[in-house]
Design a protein around this ligand. Structure first.
Ligand code: ZN
Ligand code: ZN
Length: 158
């Protein structure tokens, strides 16, 4: 991922803006039924970052929603226009998932997950990055991101 210092985004009305101060860890598209429902579209694209790397301005509200795993996640919305900007998963403390399409920058997904629920009229050329359900993180994330995650996790525990 290049030009990371320029990653910034906003909601539809512009009341909430945000900046990401370090390289994202990973970007993935999810085609599962929950993501279809919450986007009102065919899939969501999420860019994973450390929570510390998000600088947000403006007012957001949040609500708890279910995931396929049953562990739940908290979604954050602009209080004015209701656009869903990011979420925190119960299973990944210290990290958040930005809704990639709210960024001003273009990021290409590094994986497509829950392909089993993919809409039939969507064709993904790169089959190498398609996964029926979830992938094995250790085999899929770039080495650098795995290393950063490991270091961060150590710090949180100690
Ligand atoms: Zn807004
Ligand atoms: Zn999903």
């Amino acid at each position: 991922m290049n030009n990371f210092e320029h990653l910034k985004g906003c909601c539809a009305c512009g009341d909430v803006t945000y900046k990401i101060t370090d390289n994202p860890l990973f970007t993935q598209a999810c085609h599962c039924k929950n993501c279809k429902k919450s986007t009102g579209s065919s899939y969501v694209i999420h860019t994973m970052i450390f929570e510390d790397d998000l600088i947000i301005e403006g007012n957001v509200s949040s609500t708890e929603l279910p995931t396929g795993s049953g562990k739940g996640y908290r979604a954050y919305f602009c209080i004015n226009c209701g656009v869903y900007l990011y979420c925190k998963y119960g299973v990944s403390a210290g990290r958040i998932a930005i809704r990639t399409a709210t960024l001003d920058n273009l990021i290409t997904p590094q994986a497509h997950i829950f392909i089993k629920d993919k809409d039939p009229w969507i064709e993904i050329n790169d089959k190498e990055i398609c996964f029926d359900t979830m992938y094995d993180r250790d085999k899929t994330w770039p080495e650098e991101s795995l290393k950063r995650l490991e270091e961060k996790t150590k710090k949180v525990i100690s």
